[in-house]
Design a protein around this ligand. Sequence first.
Ligand SMILES: [Zn+2]
Length: 402
Amino acid sequence: MAKKIVIDAGHGGEDPGTSANGIVEKDLTLKISEYLHKRFDELGIPNEMTRTSDITLGPSERPTKAQSFYGNSNDVILLSNHINAGGGDGAEIIYSLRNSDKLSNLIAQEFAKAGQNVRKYYQRRLPSDPSKDYYYILRDTPNNESIIIEYGFADSTGDDPSLLKNNWEELAEAVVRAVASYVGVPYSSGSSSLNTHVVKSGDTLWSIAKKYGVSVEELKEKNNLTSNALSINQVLLIPGEDESSVEVPSSSEYYTVKAGDSLYAIANKYGMSVDELKDLNNLTSNLLTIGQRLRIKKGINEENTGETYTVVKGDNLYQIALKFDTTVDALKTLNGLNNNVLSIGQVLKIPSSDNNEIIYTVVAGDNLYQIARRFGTTVTAIMNRNNLATNVLSVGQKLIIP
Ligand SMILES: [Zn+2]
């Protein structure tokens, strides 16, 4: 069963949490939570937030809200984000009595890599009933894998206030790496994350280059540096983040459920059957929630017509059709063209050629017109090729697409 994440921004509304050194806990936990939400979305990890604005969630409302998305189930990871106070320095992670320390340990390791010292990760028992968790957010989400992450001490005399103010994204990204590893989703750095590094005491160009897997030369070039001198809080651009990223499912392989959607409509849209869609997403019922992310198969067009042609000077549709053994109409349909005008550099999708026929399995909701359009052919061509006497299709029927 794929893990789902509930992101809890600690405190909020009438309850600001800790405040020190210009850090207000409820605001920073919301920023961190929004960041995690965006990043989990990018990685295709299903996730929801208990609050997305400055609202008050009481001790009974919060666990209820947390369980409103994916239920009280052990494949749900609840990350409750907090900022500490009380004079220490460093991160703390509290995991529930029912869970192992594996995720906390991963987060601790990633915090360390991000330059944050970790005081401890631990469990805490309720004095009046030591069989129960001390913290209600762990205690009252009894089957979820719930952890509290204290990112640092707002009132520390050490480097926590500076880290929390300037490097909170790096700390949040550390949690993203840990969670991705824990749930078994390939990690990649995001489009908007960590393209910069804020220089900390003790940093050198060499250590920064090593950290991001780039060379000192690349780093200097990207930032127009003429010497190796750095100053604290200097912001460096990190080159090549995109190129260095690990393979990750592209966003086109996920679909976010909108109001009015049904499994049937979504399956139909992507040329899948409802059962395929349910299997792929481990769904046991047909109920969808708005914002839910569904894994989908790559579009039929992408799978079957990998070929494209870039228009050069002097081209016309007739010539191109001839060249690829197709028709002007098929080209126009596949590319959504409503006239014959081409522009130089335009990329055209090329319909599959005859000697590479596609077998298509009819799914609920299909009709010949749609299928013909999808494959850049015509209803008549499909009917002829399959000796169809009528245009009535049945689900599961196999069609040869010319
Ligand atoms: Zn707190």
